[in-house]
Design a protein around this ligand. Sequence first.
Ligand code: SAM
Length: 249
Amino acid sequence: PCALYIVPTPIGNLGDMSPRAIEVLSGVSLVACEDTRHSGKLLSHFGIATRTTALHDHNERARAQWIVDKLAAGEAVALISDAGTPLISDPGYHLVSHVRQAGFQVIPLPGPCAAITALSASGLPSDRFSFEGFLPAKEKARLDKLQELKEDPRTLIFYESPHRICYSLEAIVQVLGAERQLVMAREVSKTFETFLSGTAAEVCAIVAADANQQKGEIVLMCHGHSSGDEEAIPAKALDTLKLLCDELP
Ligand code: SAM
């Protein structure tokens, strides 16, 4: 059908390309991708000869209407990104909302996503989590963002780049505290996959001392804020306690 398909691609292990992803990418008339050279390699690896077109942050709005025109002409189009699930810290949001507004179907395929994959093996609470994408590059904005998240009880998930990991870990120690539990997942699904866990201070020290830990692709996860014992006592009980203390000899 003339729909826009959202197709996740592997985040490091080509074995994670799904048979359905191959089928859809082979069947559509156009694949929109971030980088046509990068995705060209992936497509040719799987024997997919479909035409590609570039869709990135800078031309997405303009391209969206062009793609709607294709759908209106009865063509099916797929969206992929360099790796993982499109729209998750990747382009595609404007395209999907534009295509939906134009009344066309958007069909998502389930597949690889670094955040969810890392979380599933982190050992951190996974019942509630907040995906935060990349922390801001500028120090002030980074600290402000962490301050805003400081009391969030949910597990926090960040994407991080190798050259900024030390700054982010230092900022986390500073704002969320040295004792906050962290898990750093690196190179998930690749040869040098590593999960490093400990307190923020421990993880920060290990990464700072080992250049190898600063390489590759990184998902950083922080345990949510746990209210201390004092806060765990209901306010009413505290009031009663105070009354009793005042009264008792
Ligand atoms: N759309 C992708 C997804 O679904 O995961 C994410 C794209 S974002 C531009 C790239 C970031 O994802 C990297 O900087 C890293 O933080 C994370 N990432 C991607 N692949 C990874 C991997 N194999 N291991 C750990 N983190 C990964």
